[in-house]
Design a protein around this ligand. Structure first.
Ligand code: AMP
Length: 206
């Protein structure tokens, strides 16, 4: 299956819950790219330039990474959950041309104002990898000084990413219209997850 949603729409949280319940291989293209950047690979260095400006990386770069990963046996054995891909009409069309079609395509809807508040308050603990929010999930005093803000989590950059998201998602929703399930993401995570499960459980052989 695929899951789409703007930055901070709760995609990551829903993916954790989905993969735990349905045992799918979770493939987050954002995480895959950040791993490449961390490893200072050629591909990572190329991707970093775009990611640091809040822009999408070139289609062909991410399409190649995803195609290679989907060929691993675990994806065929357990099924896959693509998180953050496809993000453009070109990526969506390539999937269809290659016969990579999800059983269900979840699209999380959250109003822009709520997303901006979620993104700008988000902080990462580099020692544990845990994500906090300064207002909704504040860190304790002893760790708050070591938390960092992702370079693309500023208001200026989230606005660029949101504009891009709106531009792309309508074309993607059209291409995957028969698999599409739009989910209200502006609710507590357990409520969102119940809606997500209803959509997934409609698939016959899950
Ligand atoms: P995410 O963690 O999903 O917000 O992704 C972080 C960044 O990785 C994005 O802002 C893009 O620069 C890049 N990225 C992730 N997935 C894609 C994709 N499918 N197409 C292009 N760029 C992507």
């Amino acid at each position: 299956m695929c899951i789409a949603g703007a930055a901070c729409s709760g995609k990551g949280t829903q993916c954790e819950l989905i993969k735990e319940r349905y045992n799918l291989v979770h493939l987050s293209t954002g995480d895959m790219l950040r791993d490449e950047v961390k490893a200072r690979s050629e591909l990572g260095l190329e991707a970093e330039k775009f990611m640091n400006s809040g822009l999408l990386v070139p289609d062909q770069l991410i399409i190649n990474i995803v195609k290679v990963r989907l060929q691993q046996p675990d994806c065929a054995e357990r099924g896959w959950l693509l998180d953050g891909f496809p993000r453009t009409a070109v990526q969506a069309k390539t999937m269809i041309d290659e016969g990579i079609v999800p059983d269900v395509f979840l699209s999380l809807d959250v109003p822009d104002e709520a997303l901006i508040e979620r993104v700008t308050g988000r902080r990462l603990d580099p020692e544990t990898g845990r994500i906090y929010h300064l207002k909704f999930d504040p860190p304790s005093d002893d760790i708050k000084d070591r938390l960092i803000q992702r370079s693309d989590d500023t208001e200026e950059k989230i606005k660029v990413r949101l504009a891009q998201h709106h531009q792309n998602i309508s074309a993607i929703e059209e291409l995957f219209a028969s698999q599409m399930s739009r989910v209200d993401g502006n609710a507590p995570k357990t409520t969102v997850f119940s809606t997500v499960c209803l959509a997934i459980d409609q698939i016959d052989d899950i």
